[in-house]
Ligand binder design. Structure first.
Ligand SMILES: Cc1cc2nc3c(=O)[nH]c(=O)nc-3n(C[C@H](O)[C@H](O)[C@H](O)COP(=O)(O)O)c2cc1C
Length: 197
């Protein structure tokens, strides 16, 4: 029997039921309907510290800080897709998202500097983002951070969904085109994997 398509979903907004979460859930609902298994992390409620630039990293891609990031690392290795949903905060991803991303520095060093680590599994990457304004440069800025992150964890930058002009909680509900696109992405992720293999 085929093993289920595994999605690691990361919600990086501090606001539960906010715009990022609405879009993330729409995407995940569709993927689950298609048979996907989803592990979701709400970063804001997790206890972890920012990267400490440890001097004695082992090069095996593992971070030795013993906190809740240790829940994410193994699931990232196993995932067929990673979805990051972050609002734009001061022109970039949220602090919660950036803290998690920086904690993959152990892998970046292992891959690119020490050449002692390889991601065994390729995956699809999805970036979902919302902002109050309609500034393209903020999304572009966030995109470049997320592309770097995805490259480090072995994910292609497969889909992005940017919804500008949404500020209050729930404002994204007035953008059915964004919700539809989120659903489409959820379905396509699973369909792609079936076509590939
Ligand atoms: C700390 C903070 C910084 C923000 N910075 C920006 C910004 O630079 N540009 C922008 O367009 N909106 C900015 N916003 C607005 C949010 O992106 C917007 O309210 C978004 O819908 C929040 O998403 P959420 O409901 O998923 O948390 C900021 C909001 C907060 C709380």
């Amino acid at each position: 029997m085929r093993s289920p398509f595994r999605i690691l979903a990361v919600l990086a907004s501090p606001r539960r039921g906010g715009n990022s979460e609405v879009l993330l859930n729409a995407c995940l609902e569709e993927a689950v309907k298609m048979g996907a298994h989803v592990d979701t992390f709400f970063l804001n409620s997790m206890k972890f510290v920012p990267c400490q630039e440890c001097p004695d990293i082992t090069g095996d891609g593992r971070c030795k800080l013993k906190d809740e990031m240790q829940k994410i690392y193994p699931l990232m290795e196993q995932a067929d897709a990673v979805i990051l949903a972050s609002p734009i905060f001061f022109g970039s991803v949220s602090a919660q998202a950036k803290m998690m991303i920086d904690r993959f520095q152990c892998q970046w060093l292992g891959i690119y500097m020490l050449k002692t680590y390889k991601n065994n599994k390729r995956k699809q990457g999805v970036f979902i983002s919302v902002e109050g304004s309609d500034r393209k440069d903020f999304f572009e800025n966030a995109r470049s951070v997320v592309k770097n992150f995805f490259a480090t964890v072995g994910a292609s930058y497969k889909y992005e969904l940017f919804c500008p002009g949404v500020d209050e909680k729930g404002a994204v509900q007035k953008h059915p085109e964004c919700i539809k696109k989120a659903r489409d992405i959820g379905r396509l992720l699973v369909e792609n994997s079936r076509e590939a293999g």
